[in-house]
Design a protein around this ligand. Structure first.
Ligand code: 17E
Ligand code: FE2
Length: 441
């Protein structure tokens, strides 16, 4: 396959991309180009780089072979597929059932979900999750990490999503987190449920230390879950300190456990919104540990702007973690959507452009190059958190997964909420969109 007429990762130049046998064979230039970008080369537009000329020779376009599929990229921007590193597919599309969350607090969300959970069936979860994944794939997402509530003696949601995982794999890969929504120590048989979830196939171990009854339970839950991950060779992704409480300091425990076990690249701290309330002296000390540990962060700007600050009058906190500061310190931060029409958020379309837009506003990342580069929060940084970065990205030799947006660069795409013209996975087109046409009269 040859993709013509695209801006690769915000490159100002137009080029072509060749895919052979499901992997990227050439990026830009002609078939005998000297300017092929090899694996390991800096990515244009990310990590401070800009429209690198390193992989452009500015000469003739690639020549298509007889019978080869040719895709016209229409001058759009070609990016790696979007990654949603944090979503709750088991709860998706339940908003209003059995009641709407009128207070907008995390805690009312958990209470309402706990009611809805009683009527889950495998068919119900699969139906909603499949419709949600369809929305996500249409918007260019190909990599998803879903938390799945395992504080349920029947593990119904986990069974449903494990079935769905293989049914959708040609469109998206799905990592499933054993997520103890109501606690590990604070829920009956919480530890046994976590162990069962792992033996039944959960890829990632979760936790919710700030929601445990006591600080001690929080710490014990973290020790338990890291141990479970190490023994079973799983990744870790903890809902950590999602509360506007400056005394919620489970993150330091998680980072220490990651450091001491040497598994920082396999550990993610999600939400960490209490960091928005920590004092600067403590945060300064904490950042040394965070950096040493090598863990990743996932911020969920849409949902935490909505759930955060709910117990404040004024001044009212934003409810986000310190995205800009983590990023500036070289710590990996990605953005997730978290909720798609459920007890925690009544809105959601499975579109990472919405997430990035809220993220750059709320984290005050609105310099021109910050906006241009902001796709990294929903592409490369998400892939790193998911621990899939070795086979992710627009590089020769990597699986040919990419999207083409109907805009010449990401700044334009974010402004126009532009369509995904194509989503290509392992060299096959899985999504194509005909751009809408509006006529002014
Ligand atoms: N559960 C939780 O503890 N926190 C969240 N943000 C969501 C579910 C969506
Ligand atoms: Fe979450």
């Amino acid at each position: 396959m040859i993709i013509r007429n695209v801006h690769v990762e915000n490159d100002e130049a137009i080029g072509d991309v060749r895919i052979d046998d499901g992997v990227f064979a050439q990026i830009g230039g002609s078939a005998d180009s000297v300017g092929i970008r090899a694996a390991g080369t800096d990515r244009a537009g990310v990590n401070g780089g800009r429209a690198a000329a390193d992989h452009r020779d500015g000469t003739s376009a690639q020549v298509s072979r007889p019978g080869e599929t040719v895709i016209d990229g229409q001058g759009g921007v070609l990016l790696p597929p979007f990654v949603d590193p944090h979503v709750h597919l088991d709860a998706a599309l339940t908003a209003g059932d059995p009641e709407w969350n009128e207070t907008g607090t995390l805690f009312d969300g958990i209470r309402i979900w706990s009611e809805r959970k009683k009527s889950l069936s495998v068919a119900d979860v699969k139906d909603r999750a499949r419709r949600t994944i369809d929305m996500m794939v249409r918007h260019g997402i190909q990599h998803i990490r879903s938390h799945v509530d395992v504080t349920d003696p029947g593990l119904v949601a986990l069974h449903a999503l494990l079935e769905l995982k293989s049914e959708v794999e040609q469109y998206a890969d799905l990592q499933l987190v054993a997520f103890p929504q109501e606690g590990i120590l604070s829920y009956p048989n919480g530890k046994a449920l976590m162990q069962r979830a792992v033996s039944e196939g959960a890829d990632v171990i979760g936790g919710i230390p700030h929601f445990e009854f006591t600080r001690d339970y929080g710490v014990e839950s973290l020790k338990f879950l890291v141990d479970l991950a190490v023994k079973n060779d799983r990744l870790v992704d903890v809902h950590c300190d999602e509360i506007d409480d400056p005394a919620s300091r489970n993150l330091e425990v998680l980072a220490t456990l990651a450091l001491e076990n040497g598994i920082g690249d396999r550990v993610t701290a999600s939400h960490t919104t209490a960091m928005g309330s920590y004092n600067d002296a403590y945060t300064y000390k904490l950042f040394r540990l965070l950096k040493m540990s090598g863990i990743s962060f996932v911020s969920n700007p849409l949902v935490n702007m909505h759930l955060g600050g709910r117990f404040d009058t004024y001044p009212k906190r934003r409810g986000l973690t310190r995205v800009k500061e983590l990023d500036a310190d070289g710590i990996n931060v990605a953005f997730g959507e978290d909720d798609i029409r459920d007890p925690w958020s009544p809105l959601g379309a499975g579109n990472m452009l919405d997430v990035v837009r809220m993220g750059v506003y709320a984290a005050q990342l609105m310099g021109y190059s910050q906006i241009m580069d902001s796709y990294k929060y929903v592409t490369y940084n998400g892939a790193k958190a998911l621990h899939i970065d070795d086979h992710y990205g627009i590089e020769v030799g990597k699986p040919a997964n990419c999207i083409i947006l109907n805009a010449s660069n990401f700044y334009e795409a974010l402004n126009e909420n532009d369509e995904v013209l194509y989503s290509i996975r392992a060299g096959k087109v899985i999504v194509s969109t005909r751009p809408h046409v509006t006529t002014l009269r």
